[in-house]
Design a binder for this molecule. Sequence first.
Ligand code: NAD
Length: 476
Amino acid sequence: MTQYPALHMIIDGQKISGGGRRSFDVVNPATGEVIGALPLADPADLDRALEVAAKGFRIWRKSTPQERANVLQGAARLMLERADDLARIATQEQGKPFAEAKIELMMNVGLFNFYAGECFRIYGRELVRPDGQRSTVRHEPVGPVAAFAPWNFPLGNPGRKLGAPIAAGCSVILKSAEETPASALGVLQCLLDAGLPKEVAQAVFGVPDEVSTHLLGSPIIRKLSFTGSTVVGKHLARLATENMQRTTMELGGHGPVLVFGDADVDQVLDTAVGGKYRNCGQVCVSPTRFIVQEDVFERFRDGFIERAKAVKVGDGLEQGTQMGPMANPRRPEAIDRLIGNARDKGAKLGTGGERIGNRGFFYQPSVLSEIPLDADIMNEEPFGPIALINPFRDEESMIAEANRLPYGLAAYAWTADAKRQRRLATEIEAGMIGINTHMIGGADAPFGGVKWSGHGSEDGPEGVLACMVTKAVHEA
Ligand code: NAD
């Protein structure tokens, strides 16, 4: 089995550890055992990373599209060569099934290859002017980026945070989650081994608020890219105003799924149940609030419960595991609290609702139904293996429920009625909508939310443009 690697930061291409720095225990969520000691940055480390990032930007902003594409394609090839090792490391530190970790890595490969192409498609425009004069609009890289990635996609989140700035010609300081550092280091190492200049991308770890306050407090950083909870996102957005840094904020969601009476209920269940328990529900676009039309409600709820009971929970490295443990001890605690609160308010527990064993952070695939709208779980992002199923009478009330919360990340709707499909696509407030599908991602598609779910997009051409500024040049 892949040894869990020794941990370090990467500053100016050097592997930094020891030296009396504080450290953080990395834990395997399937066993609860400590598997690594992660060095945490002190202020001098962060100052050095900033200085190097400024130098990295001076180098990389002058790179050609071909140079940037070569690095991204080379890194994609190396990720493929190292796929099994990287996926095993991700499972060891995050818990998800090995097969899911591998799919996540393949998404990085697709994204880096897509971004390699985008390097050649950063166009400007020329404006119509009288003879002898010229006005042009250019896109230029924004500058050094501070990127903060969470633990739920230990390979995919760092891939997104590194890929776009590198394609745009920026430098980047990545602080990935302290719980899942080795996956992030593995992705960065592929870029460095593919020829990325060592000053262009660096990885630091630390006490999250210390790192973000220090980095965003520096005028060297020109952009903040954050994925995580809305509450932390708002805090970081406030910090970023001081130096007027641009922001891409990919925050929480509470994915509504509208299931109409004319939908093929079995087909919805076949995809929705897998979608719900993927990564133990710790997915910002997870299908969460099932808004089901009354005439199919009971069939849908009972079918969901039956399928949830059949989900095989276990160590992500064991063959056949469909759902691993939750990623850290905070998550089962949060889910226990939310389910307890909902039951106190009268919700019905269809299945689950308990931790499994006392080793690691396992939780049963769970279903609640008939949940009062004032229960905490109907208002806070649960981020766990819990489906919430409620009956509604008609399209109007279903759309109202979908739009009730301040979140607007992913939404899903299942209906055979073509006109209704178009109405829903317009009426539902979300950054991404799946109509008769739970697949809403793609390297070429923008990924991001509206309202409290954040702003700006990752992936797609939009992901690269988000790392650029426009400049108008007028020549007499
Ligand atoms: P959290 O909000 O404390 O942390 C979420 C992420 O933000 C972590 O990776 C953390 O390291 C980072 N973070 C926290 N404070 C930070 C700061 N001041 N500066 C920079 N980074 C900071 O909570 P958590 O317990 O890790 O996760 C719980 C909640 O976070 C979930 O309920 C979910 O809502 C949200 N979350 C969202 C995503 C997502 O993909 N949008 C991913 C992970 C967690």
